[in-house]
Design a protein around this ligand. Structure first.
Ligand SMILES: C[S@@+](CC[C@H](N)C(=O)[O-])C[C@H]1O[C@@H](n2cnc3c(N)ncnc32)[C@H](O)[C@@H]1O
Length: 259
C-alpha cells in the first residue's frame, strides 16, 4: 500500500471499525482522566480530532459546554448519533474541519483544548504541528489548559506483515477479522499501519483496506514545540493516574497552560 501523504487520510474508511477495534484495545482506560480535566476546566472544552466520540460523550457530560472538531465525516456521523442517544446535543456541538486551521470566530474561546489518543501524531510535519498549536493558543483563554497524550515508541515498533490482530463479532451479524501490517518510513519519521478489515456476513466476504500514518516526536521535542507556541508546560506524566514519565511509559501525557 502507498504511504498516506496526510495524517487525516484513512480515517473515513476506518470509521466503520474504529469503535469495534478500540473497545478491545484502549477500552475505557483514558476516559476518567479526560472527563476529570473537563470537569475542572470550568468552561468550554474543545476536543481536537474527536472522532466517533469515544471520549466526547463522557467529557461532554462533565463539561459546561463541549465542541468537537474532526475532519472525517464518517467518524463524525457516529459521534452525532452517540450525542443524540446520550441527549447531549443541547450542550455539545460538532464542527467538521481541520485542526490546522481552526474555523472559529476570532473572539471564540475555550478553557480546555484536549488532543487525546495520539491525536497530534496525525500531524505529519513540523509545519502542521506548529500551525495547530498556534491555532489552539489563539482559541484558549489565558490560563486555559492544553492536554495532549501520545502513543510512545511507535518508531521502535518492529515491522510486521499481515498479522491477524483481532477477530470477533460486530452488530448486524457481521464477523470481522483485522489483518495488520506495520511499516516504518524513517526518512519522514512516520509509522504506517496498513490494516485490512475482512468482514463476513451471511457467507459474503468483503475486504476494507485502511492505511493510517503517525509521526512520533520525543517528549522533549514535543515540549519544545508546545512552549514555542506560547504555552508553559505544567506536567509531563507517564500514565493517566499521575504516573511519573519515562520514555518507556505506556503513554506520554503533557499538560500545558496558555501563558
Ligand atoms: C486517534 S483518532 C482519536 C479519536 C478520538 N479522540 C478518540 O480518542 O477515540 C484521531 C482523529 O483525528 C482526526 N484527524 C486526523 N487529522 C486531522 C486533522 N488534520 N484535522 C481534523 N481531524 C483530524 C481523525 O479523523 C480521527 O477521527
Amino acid at each position: 500500500m502507498s504511504t498516506p501523504t496526510e495524517g487525516w487520510h484513512g480515517w473515513d474508511a476506518y470509521a466503520r471499525f474504529y469503535d469495534w477495534e478500540n473497545a478491545q484495545t484502549v477500552g475505557r482506560r483514558d476516559v476518567r482522566f479526560w472527563a476529570d480535566l473537563a470537569a475542572r476546566a470550568d468552561g468550554t472544552v474543545l476536543e481536537l480530532g474527536c472522532g466517533t466520540g469515544r471520549l466526547s460523550v463522557p467529557v461532554a457530560r462533565k463539561a459546561r459546554r463541549f465542541v468537537g472538531i474532526d475532519r472525517s465525516a464518517a467518524m463524525l456521523r457516529k459521534l452525532r448519533a452517540r450525542l443524540r442517544r446520550a441527549r447531549l446535543t443541547g450542550r455539545a456541538s460538532i464542527v467538521r474541519g481541520d485542526i490546522r486551521v481552526l474555523p472559529f470566530r476570532s473572539d471564540w474561546r475555550c478553557r480546555l483544548a484536549m488532543a487525546p489518543y495520539g491525536m497530534l501524531q496525525s500531524l505529519l510535519t513540523d509545519d502542521d504541528l506548529a500551525a495547530t498549536l498556534d491555532g489552539v493558543a489563539r482559541v484558549l483563554a489565558p490560563g486555559g489548559i492544553l492536554g495532549v497524550d501520545l502513543a510512545p515508541g511507535l518508531p521502535r515498533w518492529g515491522e510486521y506483515s499481515r498479522r491477524v490482530g483481532l477477530r470477533g463479532a460486530m452488530s448486524g451479524g457481521r464477523r470481522v477479522t483485522l489483518i495488520e501490517s506495520v511499516r516504518q518510513v524513517p526518512r519522514r519519521g512516520l509509522t504506517v499501519f496498513d490494516q485490512e478489515f475482512v468482514e463476513t456476513r451471511r457467507g459474503r466476504r468483503k475486504s476494507h483496506p485502511v492505511s493510517i500514518a503517525f509521526r512520533t516526536l520525543s517528549v522533549p521535542q514535543m515540549v519544545a514545540r508546545i512552549e514555542a507556541a506560547d504555552f508553559a508546560v505544567d506536567a509531563v506524566l507517564g500514565g493517566y493516574q499521575d504516573e511519573a514519565w519515562s520514555p518507556d511509559a505506556d503513554v506520554w501525557v503533557i499538560i500545558a497552560r496558555r501563558s
